[in-house]
Ligand binder design. Structure first.
Ligand code: MN
Length: 239
């Protein structure tokens, strides 16, 4: 273990360097979570998701989760130094139930939306499942079409706000759903059968589709397959 005085000095020095570089550290031992930029033009998902929804969803909703997450972490030096994946999988260990709920909702919101933007792409670049992923889909569901149908049904049936996931669990693919901003990483908070490695994830909160689809979640869920980024899904499956 390093000498704490020396380590503190180093941190002060490195924070000064970071500040010059233009980011905004919360304090000496943490760095604020930031809104990831979209890797595509938000209008590029039209006509399946409209640009107004994308802008509002990314710039306002996702940004709000990050703002509240950073606000909560500002008073939690230990939690503010761990990565977002680790924060998700260790939330159940947090004894302060109000803090846990704040991080569950807003940390979950940050993780889920970061994943969501990445799992979509303009339709022309949608691609297809790799041979390896296609075999796993066929093994678990019979065919790609059957998997899509089952996934869309789960998305439609999610009562209220939440997410639908294709996860890898114990070497097999499975479709699950979580409420609010919960996700399959939240060990000890979501049921064990819903834990796994996310391959695909669909936001079924009304804010994700209401401007264009109004109450027609089924149409949104069906249209979404046109803009799935299969290259990203293949990477999640292979990694
Ligand atoms: Mn959302």
């Amino acid at each position: 273990m390093s000498n704490p005085v020396t380590r503190r000095s180093i941190l002060k020095w490195s924070v000064a360097s970071v500040a010059i570089a233009g980011t905004t550290p919360l304090h000496a031992e943490s760095v604020a979570h930031t809104l990831p930029a979209l890797s595509y033009d938000p209008a590029g998902l039209e006509p399946f998701i409209d640009v107004a929804t994308m802008n509002l969803h990314h710039d306002k909703h996702h940004a709000a989760y990050i703002g509240k997450l950073n606000e909560a972490l500002a008073t939690q030096p230990r939690l503010s130094t761990i990565g977002l994946d680790e924060l998700m999988s260790t939330l159940a260990n947090i004894e302060d139930s109000a803090l846990q709920m704040t991080l569950r909702n807003n940390g979950g919101g940050h993780w889920n939306h970061s994943f969501f933007w990445n799992i979509m792409t303009p339709a022309a670049k949608s691609g297809k499942p790799s041979d390896k992923l296609m075999k796993a889909i066929t093994d678990s569901f019979g065919s790609l079409e059957k998997m899509k149908t089952a996934f869309t049904e789960v998305a439609i049936k999610r009562f209220g706000s939440g997410w639908t996931w294709l996860i890898l669990k114990d070497g097999k693919l499975k479709i699950t759903s979580t409420p609010n901003q919960d996700n399959p990483l939240m060990k000890g908070l979501v049921p064990d059968e819903d834990l796994g490695k996310p391959i695909l994830g669909l936001d079924v909160w009304e804010h994700a589709y209401y401007l264009h689809y109004q109450n027609r979640r089924a149409d949104y869920a069906a249209a979404w397959w046109n803009i799935v980024n299969w290259d990203a899904a293949n990477k999640h499956f292979g990694a």
